[in-house]
Design a binder for this molecule. Structure first.
Ligand code: B12
Ligand code: SF4
Ligand code: SF4
Length: 383
């Protein structure tokens, strides 16, 4: 929908003001199109299978690679960002092996809910404003829709995709959530942001699992965030020790970025829950399904479900070196979920090799699941 230039600038300024008033920390405008480079990189990423078993990323790749395939009438994208910078060192919990490290983004309210409700309010306001004279239509997207938010945010001038592949801002460092609102309005795009990584490579060197085959490229299959959140099967052995006590997501590459020094504490909507800043592994391992759902209601963690989450907790327990936790692991050898049983076998093998051998002789012959049997046969071996 074409607007006269003066009107377009006025509408753009009004949208920006409204977005900031609704609590977004940064706002930018881009064409509803991705640069060929982003589309090519997505195709390369998928062709090399770097997405692992995130089939949904490949399934919508034509729409993901081009917002106008997603919505042909779209002309502009309003990209919004919210600051979730933590107070204090988010990696300090990594030195407490009896506790679980939950990544900063998952310590408070689910960001999808927060961004989506604010974006919807922006969309509603725009629709009402349109009814009062500005024509056009809007659609709102946060994360789950097939939209490449990072390259769009970079073209909208909010920041640049750093060598860790996330969007970095000079003002907020690496701690930004992104969302997008597509509109049929033709609004002037902001200037794309340049790259300010320079010679730095701190994020690449900080990664515990060497998940970056090259700067600006991520092999998701090696990333602890993928392994603990998206991956549905047993955690591959080669990454278990490197996971340490990270039980949901990972912040290592984000936290070491020097641009974080300019970030002020994030929005109050993301205030961490006390129970999730450094929870005791022993408590988390004991959660049943109902307790899991209660504890993580309103948190992004609930989406992985109890089995995947307790799997992660058991890997962290195995890494804790605390033999006193062997009972906790042994109790989960009879869990209904094979994913949990398998991780319990590994944790027991790590914490109490004698008990492991004894339990194996009794349980291996009656174990129905092939993956769990493989755990009994491999014991504590790392690869
Ligand atoms: C899939 C996904 C993941 C996957 C894959 C991550 C990834 N880097 O792609 C996994 C599960 C690993 C993941 C992890 C995390 N995620 Co995530 N994730 C997404 C999601 C849904 C899609 C991203 C995507 O399209 N990936 C596909 C690849 C191809 O895209 P890309 O990274 O942009 O790839 C570029 C480069 O790799 C480069 N490239 C590729 N090949 C080549 C080759 C050459 C030669 C070169 C130079 C470049 C190059 O070009 C690509 C395109 O621009 C977005 C939400 C969304 N809808 O956009 C959130 C999103 C990216 N995630 C987010 C967050 C917060 C995280 C975590 C920090 C969470 C955590 N603490 O655990 C980690 C960070 C891990 C990391 N270092 O990336 C935020 C990032 C916000 C920001 N500031 O950028 C997003 C935007 C969600 C949101 N709405 O805020 N995530
Ligand atoms: S999130 Fe962690 S595992 Fe994933 S790339 Fe960053 S440092 Fe590596
Ligand atoms: S740590 Fe360094 S290389 Fe990595 S994103 Fe930040 S500035 Fe770029």
């Amino acid at each position: 929908m074409n607007l006269p230039a003066a009107d377009a600038s006025r509408v753009k300024a009004a949208i920006r003001d409204k977005a900031l008033a609704l609590g977004f920390d940064a706002v930018g405008f881009a064409r509803a199109a991705l640069a060929d480079e982003a589309r090519r990189n997505l195709a390369g990423f998928l062709a090399q299978n770097l997405h692992g078993d995130m089939g949904w990323l490949a399934a919508n790749s034509d729409r993901r690679g081009d917002p106008r395939v997603l919505w042909p009438e779209a002309r502009s994208v309003v990209v919004v960002a919210m600051n979730y910078a933590p107070e204090g060192d988010p990696l300090a919990v990594l030195d407490q092996p009896e506790r679980g490290a939950v990544s900063v983004y998952a310590r408070g309210r689910d960001y999808h809910d927060v961004l989506k409700s604010r974006l919807k309010a922006l969309g509603r306001w725009l629709t009402e404003t349109q009814a009062a004279g500005v024509p056009g239509d809007v659609k709102v997207f946060v994360d789950t829709a097939p939209v490449m938010e990072k390259p769009l945010a970079a073209s909208a001038g909010i920041g640049w995709q750093g060598k860790h592949t996330n969007l970095v801002s000079r003002q907020f460092g690496s701690w930004l959530f992104l969302g997008a609102l597509l509109t049929t309005l033709d609004l002037p795009a902001d200037e794309a942001h340049g790259d300010h990584c320079g010679e730095c490579r701190r994020c690449l060197d900080a990664c515990p699992t060497n998940a970056f085959p090259a700067p600006y490229r991520l092999d998701a299959r090696r990333c602890i965030s993928y392994l603990t959140i998206e991956h549905k099967g047993p955690i591959p052995r080669e990454f278990r020790r490197a996971m340490g006590n990270r039980i949901y997501g990972c912040d290592d590459c984000l936290a070491v970025c020097p641009w974080n020094k300019f970030a002020k504490k994030g929005d109050a909507a993301f205030e961490p829950r006390a129970a999730l800043t450094a929870p005791r592994l022993a408590d988390l391992a004991g959660l049943n399904d109902a307790e899991f759902r209660r504890l993580f209601s309103g948190s992004p963690i609930k989406r992985t479900g109890r089995a995947r989450f307790v799997r992660n907790v058991l890997i962290a327990l195995g890494n804790s070196g605390d033999c006193g936790q062997a009972d906790r692991a042994a109790r989960l050898l009879d869990d209904d979920a094979p994913l949990v049983r398998g991780a319990a076998v590994w944790a027991l093998a790590k914490l109490a090799p004698g008990r492991f051998a004894e339990a194996r002789d009794r349980r291996l012959p009656i174990e129905p699941d092939a993956d769990v049997r493989a755990e009994w046969l491999a014991g504590a071996a790392d690869v």
